[in-house]
Design a protein around this ligand. Structure first.
Ligand code: RET
Length: 266
């Protein structure tokens, strides 16, 4: 392997190092938020906060590992960084394994605030878990073939990416149904806040396939450095929006709903 092709500037190296640190530090801060606000909601909504705690813990560990993977893969060369000979390569593989836990959790979490219960809840839980996991597993297989990797194959990378996208579209259709159903039970500000989760979801979840596709830029003549730095920035923005902002919006909706029903029954 010619390591010169994998050289990055001091700035590029540091941006990734800092953004990965921002990632796990935000998960730690949000972990405390979800623990401390859990009791502000009625018991029927609390599972949403519990799930956020699970998601934060797993993301915190993953993003920390991801940062270690970054710092141990590169060596300082005097005027920049390059892949260290003999070290483990930097890999996004850990992320996919973290999503395997977090994606079903994030999808199931909203069912509690949307007040989907009984057999409907069980049905959504099964569908979300199966389609979410298949989306991640097929994407995980695909990323082994991404442009720039040793066993790069544009065909296999594209094919597995498309299969994964089919499961993703199914998830998007179901999440829209869940949000519309949840809104029917709400009014006023909780309804508006809960409704705003749909655009947040669309934007933040599409960032993941965008980051998956980023390495194709190298085949279009864009530098390794720009591609890899861009990819890590996109992943971190996506992680903070799809896990933390989403979780906070659900918790705030649930606490507004709880406050309303406590006032009504008082
Ligand atoms: C992959 C492969 C390429 C095609 C598609 C993908 C979708 C990934 C998504 C991931 C969401 C992850 C979340 C993690 C939170 O912890 C697998 C990149 C469509 C949507 C929300």
């Amino acid at each position: 392997m010619n390591t010169e092709n994998f050289a990055i500037s001091v700035e590029g190296y540091e941006i990734v190092n800092h953004i990965l640190t921002l990632g796990y530090a935000s998960m730690a801060a949000a972990l405390l938020f979800f623990i401390m606000t859990k009791n502000s909601c009625l018991p029927k909504y609390r599972m949403s906060s519990v799930i956020s705690v699970v998601v934060m813990t797993s993301a915190l560990l993953l993003l920390y590992t991801q940062k270690l993977s970054w710092t141990s893969a590169y060596a300082f060369t005097g005027d920049g960084y390059t892949l260290k000979a003999g070290a483990d390569l930097f890999t996004n593989g850990y992320r996919y394994l973290n999503w395997l836990i977090d994606v079903p959790m994030l999808l199931i979490q909203i069912l509690f605030v949307a007040e989907i219960t009984g057999s409907d809840r069980a049905r959504y839980m099964t569908r979300f878990s199966i389609s979410g996991c298949l989306m991640i597993i097929t994407g995980y297989i695909g990323q082994f073939y991404e442009p720039g990797r040793l066993n790069e194959s544009l065909f296999l990378w594209g094919l597995w990416g498309l299969i994964s996208t089919a499961f993703f579209i199914y998830v998007l259709v179901m999440i829209k149904q869940v949000i519309l159903h949840g809104k029917e039970h709400m009014e006023g500000s909780p309804q508006r806040l809960f409704g705003a989760i749909l655009p947040l979801f669309y934007i933040s979840w599409w960032l993941y396939p965008l980051a998956y596709a980023a390495p194709i830029l190298m085949n279009l003549g864009i530098s390794y450095e720009f591609t890899i730095v861009g990819q890590q920035v996109i992943y971190t923005v996506a992680d903070i929006s799809s896990k933390i902002i989403y979780g906070v919006m659900l918790t705030v909706t649930a606490s507004m709903l709880s406050e309303k029903s406590t006032l009504q029954t008082a």
